[in-house]
Write a protein that binds this ligand. Structure first.
Ligand code: DX5
Ligand code: ZN
Length: 218
């Protein structure tokens, strides 16, 4: 299984966004992870569609939009119009998840569901033939630089088994607290797309750090 690296730009220097994106590209990032936070579903506020549109104009890498917002149905179209290639919604934010996923699929972009650490895997049982991606949060969403929750190793393993039993291919992604000490174990448990934030953005040499991570993913 080909493993992918999705750096999160949450904690990069936004005054040099274009340069930051070039660094991620030249290091070998496979896609760009965009953390959208509304100050309601999660305590933090990040950025909106306008910034995503600017990012789209400066990179050819696919953009995945991780929506950590209340009332996600209001925000799907603006982020698709801004250039999002994969739209990921949190199970915990919607009373009508099936409808939400349908809306994304009808817009002809990829759809994903994110689950908070405490949310069980069975909530996606009737959606597995409709989504392209399952994102397991390995920290409580809201901030970069948090500690990986160790119970998530077995959740990744369980999710891998569920996904392998599906006809539809679903990518398994993990997000939060991934570092050089746990990345091999996370991959071993069955994760396929790895979101990495601060260990890249706070590194003295982000490009080299991406290369090092990519080497582990090979
Ligand atoms: C957390 C975000 C993550 C975060 C990852 O709410 O969804 O994408 O930026 O950052 P690190 O790798 O620093 O935990
Ligand atoms: Zn994220």
């Amino acid at each position: 299984m080909f493993k992918k690296l999705a750096p999160s730009i949450l904690d990069v220097d936004f005054t040099c966004l274009e340069k930051e994106l070039k660094t991620l590209e030249s290091g070998g990032a496979d896609l760009i992870h965009l953390d959208i936070m509304d100050g309601n579903f999660v305590p933090n506020i990040s950025f909106g569609p306008k910034i995503v549109e600017s990012i789209k104009s400066k990179t050819s890498l696919p953009l995945e939009v991780h929506l950590m917002v209340e009332k996600p149905e209001k925000h799907i179209k603006p982020f698709i119009d801004a250039g999002g290639d994969i739209i990921i919604v949190h199970y915990e934010t919607s009373k009508h998840l099936d409808r939400l996923i349908q809306t994304i699929n009808e817009a002809d972009v990829k759809s994903g569901i994110a689950l908070n650490p405490a949310t069980p895997l069975n909530v996606i049982e009737y959606l597995t033939n409709k989504i392209d991606l399952l994102l397991l949060m390995t920290v409580n969403p809201g901030f970069g630089g948090q500690k990986f929750i160790p119970e998530m190793f077995s959740k990744i393993e369980k999710a891998r088994k569920i996904i392998d039993n599906q006809k539809k291919s679903i990518s398994l992604e993990v997000d939060g607290g991934i570092n050089f000490d746990n990345i091999s174990k996370v991959i071993g448990a069955g994760a396929e797309i790895i979101v990495v934030g601060q260990i890249i953005s706070k590194s003295a040499n982000p490009e080299m750090t991406i290369r090092e991570i990519k080497n582990i993913l090979k």
